[in-house]
Design a protein around this ligand. Structure first.
Ligand SMILES: Nc1ncnc2c1ncn2[C@@H]1O[C@H](COP(=O)(O)OP(=O)(O)OP(=O)(O)O)[C@@H](O)[C@H]1O
Length: 274
């Protein structure tokens, strides 16, 4: 395999850099981003900055390109043979769409959680440690610490601390989703991409996930796709409204939901279509 000419910075430098970055308010600069599946252009010339330590909601009707956009950020679309990108996504002075990027490092740094909880068919403990072992962390004490820390951050520790060696499938759907979030946090990401993370869950689990996302904002920059307008207005700081692949409006969430600039945004959030 050809060595990457562009890589994500190693963890050792990252914390120092993060301290400096705290003064900066943009984590990702999206510049004229287009994403195609064959001839179908699913994302059209998106250009906007995503804030650091904020929750950004992506809203819009089904098929308007929200998930494609989200998957573009950590290059998950690379796994789809007919998908291709144009434009730039700038993160820490690196264009994430550069073909030489180290996508494994990128996906550690920019983690993703999907709509349906997808734990590995392993114990709760091993769900967290699986990737860590792959990256060479093998000392039990070290692994124990990361398991506890990640589960605490995902607000799951108290519920599972006595069940660490039971199958992840023995957990409820909501617990499984928090386990998937814990698994992502164990990789020490900087950005979390959440694709409708609570839409498959019951209302109580949904509320817990929302509460958790709000807590996580302290330490991570979060981008969430949601169909739930109440959810977007409750938890997000900024909202991007997508329609037919274009970002029609991007602004403070309060502005989008109380005084949108575009009639289409108003029609969508008031339920007139979608
Ligand atoms: N794997 C794929 N292969 C080909 N086309 C795809 C693929 N995934 C999505 N598309 C197409 O890209 C467009 C945008 O789809 P996308 O899933 O990004 O929309 P979305 O806004 O996230 O929709 P939803 O809210 O229903 O999840 C659609 O036309 C869809 O058919």
């Amino acid at each position: 395999m050809m060595a990457s000419t562009i890589t994500i910075e190693p963890q050792t430098n990252k914390n120092k850099k993060r301290e400096i970055d705290k003064q900066k308010d943009t984590i990702l600069e999206i510049k004229d981003l287009s994403i195609f599946y064959g001839d179908n252009q699913a994302v059209k010339h998106a250009t906007f900055d995503i804030d650091e330590h904020a929750i950004t909601a992506l809203i819009g009707p089904s098929g308007c390109g929200k998930s494609t956009f989200l998957r573009g950020i950590n290059r998950m679309n690379d796994l789809i043979p007919i998908a291709r990108n144009e434009g730039q996504i700038i993160y820490e002075d690196i264009n994430l769409l550069d073909k030489n990027i180290n996508t494994i490092a990128l996906r550690k740094e920019i983690g993703m959680v999907f709509q349906k909880p997808n734990p590995f068919p392993k114990s709760v403990y091993n769900n967290i440690t699986h990737a860590l072992k792959f990256y060479g962390k093998r000392k039990k004490k070290q692994l124990d610490e990361v398991v506890e820390e990640s589960l605490r951050k995902a607000a799951l520790w108290d519920e599972v601390k006595d069940r660490l060696h039971e199958s992840a499938f023995s957990l409820s759907g909501g617990q499984q989703q928090r386990l998937c979030i814990a698994r992502t946090l164990a990789m020490k990401p900087n950005v979390l991409l959440l694709d409708e993370p609570s839409s498959a869950l019951d209302p109580i689990s949904n509320a817990k996930i929302e509460e958790l996302i709000l807590q996580l904002k302290e330490d991570y920059s979060i981008i969430i796709v949601t169909h739930n307008m109440q959810q977007a207005s409750r938890i997000s700081d900024k909202t991007a409204f997508f329609l037919n692949g274009s970002v029609i409006e991007y602004d403070e969430t309060e502005k989008i939901f109380t005084n949108p600039a575009h009639g289409k945004t108003e029609d969508y959030i008031s339920g007139r279509f979608g």
